[in-house]
Write a protein that binds this ligand. Structure first.
Ligand code: IPM
Ligand code: MG
Length: 367
């Protein structure tokens, strides 16, 4: 490529994280070897794994590495072993710190129902066949980060738990812009979700999204929907949606729901993106939506596809490697065509494979 070496930082984390990230790493190595890309691949501890060794969910050293690389790939953070830790010391704080400090305000979570897996969904085939939704979740604001927060003693020996939900015009409009721009490359439709019937911040959300559309995105079809209604509509008729725009908390919930429409959480990738700086560089982090799944960790049965598709998103959004991303997406399709399935998506007549066999099979289809 003639450019300076580009860097991946892999942060496998906890639970099934190490197993699924291992498959992504094999794929990066394949591209290095066969496509004369020369990615540098570095790997570090995060989450519970970092707590066990360093007593904190992410060290400064790892944090600074994440600032310097071209794309971060995370496996998962958290597990029962660390459940009783004080809030600020929990494994998940590592992820939240990375999102916040790298200013990764835009979380893209595509929910696509692959034709080969229509039967894995708990919904009827006609409801999910051809499903292709992009959830755009705000990731650095709202109730996840608002102040004041905490648990306080109050009178009569009771306690009060406090979290604060805030959004500013800038925060709302920059994520709405991401949603509108993505919609332009898709079916041109955005459904923006809030609870403007009960929350002032929801009223502001609705008004600012509408204002940006009226100003800069006149051709987009914009629909406002209450978030609870959206949750219901996702089950009733998910194919009505193109891009769903939501705040941090509603986006968290709606994306888990949308994920299950596709058959398994094991298939859903995500990209978390910041703005471009003066030099055109954009901070980014890629991770499967599924989480650490401690119940199946270490058994070599987890589905690596969500992580592999997250890597493909990294090729596309951070590294300008559209061709490579296409070939990786296609390799996943070919393997599914052949009937190979991990345990989470197995059905009658298909061949069950392990995590590493699934990774190898996908590699064998790369061109
Ligand atoms: C997600 C997860 C995280 C979140 C947790 C692990 C902090 O559920 O990425 O959807 O709530 O954002
Ligand atoms: Mg979640």
């Amino acid at each position: 490529m003639g450019k300076s070496k580009r860097k991946f930082l892999l942060l496998p984390g906890d639970g099934i994280g190490p197993e699924v990230v291992r498959e992504a790493k094999k794929i990066i190595e394949w591209f290095n070897k066969h496509k004369s890309l020369d990615f540098d691949v570095d790997q570090e501890l995060i989450g519970g794994a970092s707590i066990d060794k360093n007593k904190i969910p992410i060290t400064d050293e790892v944090f600074y590495k994440s600032l310097e690389c071209d794309a971060v790939v995370v496996g998962a953070c958290g597990g029962p072993k660390w459940d009783n830790l004080e809030f600020s010391k929990k494994p998940e704080r590592a992820l939240l710190k990375l999102r916040k400090e790298l200013k990764l305000f835009a979380n893209l979570r595509p929910a696509i129902c692959f034709k080969q897996l229509v039967d894995s969904s708990t919904l009827k085939p006609e409801v999910v066949t051809g499903l292709d939704i992009m959830i755009v979740r705000e990731l650095t604001g709202g109730i996840y980060f608002g102040e004041p927060r905490g648990i306080e003693p109050i009178k009569n020996n009771e306690r009060k738990g406090i979290n604060t939900h805030t959004y500013t015009t800038t925060e709302i409009q920059r994520i709405a812009k991401t949603a509108f721009e993505l919609a332009k490359k898709r079916k041109n439709k955005v459904t923006s979700c809030e609870k403007s019937n009960v929350m002032e911040a929801g009223v502001l959300w609705r008004e600012e999204v509408q204002a940006l559309k009226d100003k800069d995105f006149k051709d987009i079809e914009l629909q406002h929907m209450l978030a609870d209604n959206c949750a219901m509509q996702l089950l009733r008729n998910p194919k009505q949606f193109d891009v769903i725009l939501a705040d941090n908390l509603f986006g968290d919930m709606l994306s888990d729901e949308a994920a299950m429409l596709t058959g398994s959480l094991g298939l859903l990738p995500s990209a978390s993106l910041g703005s471009r700086d003066k030099n055109g560089k954009m901070r980014s982090l890629y991770e499967p939506v599924h989480g650490s799944a401690p119940d199946i960790a270490g058994k070599n049965i987890a589905n690596p596809i969500a992580t592999i598709l997250s890597l493909s998103m990294a090729f596309r959004y951070s590294l300008d490697l559209d061709k490579e991303a296409d070939s990786l997406d296609q390799a996943v399709q070919l393997v599914l065509d052949e009937g190979l399935r991990t345990k989470d998506i197995i059905s009658k007549g298909k061949k069950e494979v392990t995590t590493s066999q699934m990774g190898d099979a996908i590699i064998s289809k790369l061109k």
